[in-house]
Design a protein around this ligand. Structure first.
Ligand SMILES: *[C@@H]1O[C@H](CO)[C@@H](O)[C@H](O)[C@H]1NC(C)=O
Ligand SMILES: *[C@@H]1O[C@H](CO)[C@@H](O)[C@H](O)[C@H]1NC(C)=O
Ligand SMILES: *[C@H]1O[C@H](CO)[C@@H](O)[C@H](O)[C@H]1NC(C)=O
Length: 487
C-alpha cells in the first residue's frame, strides 16, 4: 500500500513536471508510451541458464547456431561461484569495460590511421612497426562450430569487426584460461592441410591487416595477428573442413591454426571472423549464403540467442537501412558502416546537428559492448536522459559510464525509450534491456559513452543490440533490425 501511494505521487509529480516542461518547451519531455517500466530484478542476470525458445524460421536456406554469453551460465566455460559477491561482480564489470575501451581505441586507431590523407604522416605511419590494427576486446558472445575430421566442437567468439577465423592449436600461454591440451590438434584431423606461403590465399592476409610469412622448414604460410589490447595469435594458415550444422559443411575453409596465442581469449577456443574482407567466413561462404547472416544477442547472460547464416526468410517486422561501404582503405572496409543521423529519447528526437554524425561516421559491431557516440551527441543524450530520470538518485559514475542511478529499495523503475534514427528514415527502438547496464542494484548506468574526439567513429555496441534481430544483407547493401528476435 505504502509503495503504491509513493508510486502514485511520483507519477503525479512527473505528470505535473511533464506539463510544465511542455509549456516552456525548452527541455525534453516524455510523450505517452515513451518509457519502459521494468522490475529492478529483471535488469540483473540470473544465475541459471534459461535458453531462448525463440529462434527464427529455420528452413533449408539457413543454418542456425546458438549464441551464448561467454561469461554467463549458458556457457560451458562458466564456473558457478557460490561466493559471488558485489565486489567480484564489480571487478568483473571493470575488467569488461577496460577491455571494451581497448577494443574501441584500436578501432579508432585503425580507422584514423587509414583515413589520414596527409601524405607525410601517411608515409611515416607505414614505416612504424606498430600494428594495432586488429580488435578483440571482451568478445562477449560465442557460438560452437565443428572443425576437422572428425569434427571437433569449438566455442568461438563471433566478431563482425574481425576477418580472420582462428583457433588455438597449442595450449595457450600467458594470462589464459588454463589449458593442458591444444584446443584444436590438426594432427588428429584427416582433412587438415597447410597453405603454402607462395599462394594468393597467404598473401591476401595483408589486406585484412594480418602479417604473413613463410615457415622455412615446410614453406607453410605463417600468419601473425596482433590485437589492440596486446593479445596476439601467431601460427600456420591452414585449411580445414568447417561444419556449421550437420547439413552445412565447408571443405577447404581457410583459418589460422594458432601455435602461440596470448591474451584475453579465455572462455573461447578462438575467433570466428565475420568482417567484410575476403578471408572472413561471410566471404568464404558467399556461394552458399550469398553474404547474408543475422543474429540476436540475448537480453542477459543467462539466456541464449542465435547466429543464422543465409536468408531463411526475413523475420517478422525487419526494416532495413543502407550499409555504408567505406571506400577509404582496405582495412577500414572490414567494418559494417551505417548512416546514423539522430537519436530519440522518450519519443522525441534530440537536437543534434546531422553533421555531428556524418563527420564521424558510425559502424555497427558485435564485439564492442557499450555504444560510443561523438562527444557532442553523447552530451545531448546524457542531458535528456538525466532530465527524464530526475526523480531517481544519480550516483557516482563507473569506469567509462558517467550516468548511473541508485535503484536500491525500488521494485520497479521507469526510464525513457531510446531509438536510433538513420539517414534514410529508419527508426530502431532499442529493447528495454539495451539501455541500462546494472553494475549492482545501487549502481545502474546508462550504457552509452562519448568518444574523446568528435571525429572518431561512432560504434553501435552489442549492449544496444540486445534482443534485436540484426540482419546483414551484405549483397543487398543493407542492414535490418526487428524487435524481439530472442529472449
Ligand atoms: C591456472 O592454474 C594455476 C595453477 O594451477 C592457478 O593458480 C590459476 O589460478 C589458474 N588460472 C585460471 C584462470 O584458472
Ligand atoms: C604445417 O606447417 C607447420 C609449420 O611449419 C608444421 O609444423 C606442420 O607439421 C605442418 N603440418 C602439415 C600437416 O603439413
Ligand atoms: C519517476 O519515477 C516513477 C516511478 O518510480 C516513474 O513512473 C516516472 O516515469 C519517473 N520519471 C519521471 C520523469 O517522472
Amino acid at each position: 500500500m505504502g509503495f503504491f501511494s509513493v508510486f502514485l505521487c511520483v507519477i503525479l509529480f512527473s505528470f505535473e513536471n511533464g506539463f510544465a516542461l511542455a509549456a516552456r518547451d525548452t527541455k525534453p519531455h516524455l510523450l505517452p508510451h515513451s518509457t519502459h517500466t521494468v522490475e529492478v530484478n529483471s535488469l540483473l542476470p540470473a544465475t541459471t541458464c534459461s535458453p531462448s525458445t525463440k529462434g527464427h524460421n529455420n528452413n533449408k536456406a539457413s543454418s542456425v547456431l546458438k549464441v551464448v554469453h561467454k561469461h554467463g551460465p549458458c556457457s560451458k566455460f562458466h564456473k558457478s561461484s557460490k561466493t559471488s559477491t558485489t565486489t567480484s561482480a564489480e571487478k568483473y564489470h571493470a575488467q569488461i569495460l577496460k577491455q571494451d575501451q581497448a577494443r574501441v581505441n584500436s578501432i579508432h586507431s585503425r580507422l584514423n590511421h587509414n583515413n589520414n590523407k596527409d601524405p607525410l604522416t601517411q608515409s611515416a605511419a607505414t614505416t612504424l612497426p606498430a600494428k594495432s590494427g586488429l580488435v578483440i576486446g571482451s568478445g562477449n558472445y560465442i557460438v560452437t562450430v565443428g572443425l576437422g575430421t572428425p569434427a571437433n566442437q569449438l566455442s568461438l567468439i563471433f566478431d563482425t569487426g574481425s576477418d580472420l577465423t582462428w583457433t588455438q592449436c597449442q595450449p595457450c600461454t600467458g594470462s589464459c584460461y588454463n589449458q593442458t591440451e591444444p584446443i584444436f590438434d590438426p594432427s588428429l584431423s584427416a582433412s587438415y592441410e597447410n597453405i603454402s606461403c607462395t599462394t594468393a590465399a597467404c598473401t591476401q592476409l595483408s589486406s585484412s591487416g594480418i602479417e604473413h610469412g613463410c615457415f622455412t622448414s615446410t614453406s607453410a604460410c605463417l600468419y601473425a595477428a596482433e590485437y589492440g589490447d596486446k593479445s596476439f595469435t601467431i601460427g600456420v594458415f591452414g585449411c580445414e573442413k568447417l561444419t556449421l550444422t550437420p547439413t552445412d559443411v565447408f571443405e577447404g575453409f581457410l583459418f589460422g591454426c594458432g601455435l602461440d596465442n596470448e591474451g584475453l581469449f579465455s572462455g573461447s577456443a578462438g575467433l570466428l571472423g565475420l568482417g567484410r574482407s575476403s578471408i572472413s567466413l561471410v566471404e568464404q561462404s558467399a556461394n552458399k549464403y550469398n553474404r547474408f547472416f543475422s543474429y540476436c544477442l540475448p537480453s542477459t547472460s543467462s539466456s541464449t540467442g542465435h547466429l543464422t547464416f543465409g536468408d531463411g526468410g526475413s523475420p517478422n517486422g525487419v526494416k532495413f537501412t543502407k550499409l555504408i561501404t567505406s571506400s577509404q582503405s582496405e582495412s577500414a572496409a572490414s567494418f559494417y558502416g551505417l548512416d546514423l543521423a539522430g537519436i530519440n529519447v522518450g519519443g522525441s528526437q534530440l537536437s543534434i546537428a546531422p553533421s555531428v554524425f556524418s563527420s564521424s561516421g558510425t559502424i555497427i559491431d558485435s564485439g564492442t559492448v557499450i555504444t560510443r557516440l561523438p562527444a557532442t551527441a553523447y552530451a545531448v543524450l546524457r542531458g535528456a536522459f538525466q532530465e527524464a530520470m530526475k526523480n531517481y538518485t544519480l550516483t557516482m559514475g563507473y569506469s567509462l559510464l558517467d550516468t548511473c542511478y541508485d535503484f536500491s529499495g525500488l521494485d520497479t523503475v521507469s526510464y525513457p525509450k531510446i531509438a536510433f534514427v538513420f539517414g534514410d528514415g529508419l527508426t530502431v527502438d532499442l529493447d528495454a534491456t539495451g539501455i541500462l547496464i546494472p553494475i549492482s542494484p545501487s549502481q545502474v548506468c546508462l550504457a552509452f559513452a562519448g568518444n574523446k574526439d568528435d571525429s572518431d567513429v561512432g560504434i553501435i555496441g552489442n549492449f544496444q543490440q540486445r534482443r534485436l534481430e540484426v540482419v546483414y544483407d551484405v549483397a543487398g547493401g543493407k542492414v535490418g533490425f526487428a524487435p524481439e528476435g530472442c529472449d
